[in-house]
Design a protein around this ligand. Sequence first.
Ligand code: LM2
Ligand code: CA
Length: 493
Amino acid sequence: MRRVLGLLLTGILALSACAPSAPGAPGTPGTPSATVAETTTAAAPEPVQMTRQVGVQLFQWNWNSIARECTDVLGPNQFAFVLLSPAQEHIQGEQWWTSYQPVSYRIESKLGTRAEFQAMVEACHAAGVKVIADAVINHMAGIDGGTGVAGTAFTHKDYPGLYTEADFNTCATPSGNIENYMDQQQIQECQLSGLADLRTGEPYVREQIVGYLTDLLSLGVDGFRIDAAKHMPAADVEAIVGALDGDPIIISEVIRGSGEPIQPEDYLGAGDVFAFQFAKDIAGIVPGGAVRRALDVRDGSVPSEQAFTFITNHDTERNRQTLTYKDKDKYHLANLLMLAVPYGTPTLYGGYAFTDRDAGVPQVDGVVSDVECAEPRTDAKYEPGQWVCDHRTYAGLAQWVAAVGDAEPANVWQEGYAVAFDRGDLGLLAINGNSTKSIEPVLTTNLPDGLYCDAVVATECPEGQFEVKDGKVKVTVEPMTAAALSVNLRATR
Ligand code: LM2
Ligand code: CA
């Protein structure tokens, strides 16, 4: 958006008769008498309409920090949405996962107050960024009892004014917990690691959950991640989201397990799903370098429009089911592949460095401190607790994705461990999966003639770096990275 505004201003200057010529207009250096026609031809080509698509999960970011990120980074770079950590009251503690043990549905947590939450939604909306809340509705706390961060006293199966023992499932396994993922009833009616499991089929329980989600909608949220969706019957999730006003975005978290009785496809009636298999398949492709295969990756039979793709999330980066920031250039390459291909809605990730999987982010008096992003490092040698703001690295590509929209790959070129393709006639991306050798192919492209910059490293294009002429362009790509051209990132002079 910053760049579009820049172009707009250039246009206004060019049209204003008494304004001096745009700086550096060819053939008219320092001449104040440049004609309108000359200045107009020198201006950058008209940008195409952008459709925001790329989102980012900002794990354990407090509301104030998210508001600032929307204003300063996400909005200006055409990000579509931000996925939050859970907003409801939760158990006390230093670990990150206290967020996933609800104690009440008050919007009052270590991440901020209700007022801060509301201000954050307003700031994000003002920046054109949608807000997706993380809805923990399958269960309540897993501990015997205590007092929540907003002062609510509770025991494992008693939450005053909200739920009592009768609102929770009982379960036949010896531990009361899920022990066998091949047994649908266990998965949905037993406890997920000791977390008190709600009877989501009961009208009263559904009413409370719908009330909570409706409250979040009243604060302006645009949609929900349905935490632990696999652990609730799809019919329950459908009934709950069906009772909500409007048409919020619903993204169910259903981790695909091969041969399991419950699959992500079962939840497509409730909305969209996270594409766990996509993340795992990309993680499988990258180390071998056969990056061309990324074009064919799908998540089971989940259609593109209903798949939210990601490379890592807060769980998979801890259980190492996917690549993570610790994988350095492999992680980078995986993110590039996700952004390059037309399948799904890409969700980037911003979290923090850790060695202990339970370690939370710094808190003062139970309140998470504001985010200060660490300087990006290619060696991944962050101190534990440092904020890893990788998503900012992809600001130019978020704009690239917004510009290419859903245009299909064309002119696919492949050689060794590299692949390149157009996206319609709006963009081109060349990616080099070789970890030692750079590539320098001359590619056939549908892009119009002109001088282009690289959206992998730039958000603005004062001077071009790659020249497209008569349907050909020579690009140079270093090992384990990409070059990305889009019609919206062409030289302004
Ligand atoms: C999710 N999706 O389905 C979240 O993405 C995941 O992060 C949550 O687990 C889980 N489901 C429940 O919402 C995390 C974390 C667990 C943690 C739980 C609850 O990965 O380690 O469990 O949140 O806070 C912790 C302890 C566990 C204990 C449990 C209950 O690690 O040992 O189980 O609390 O006290 C006895
Ligand atoms: Ca359940």
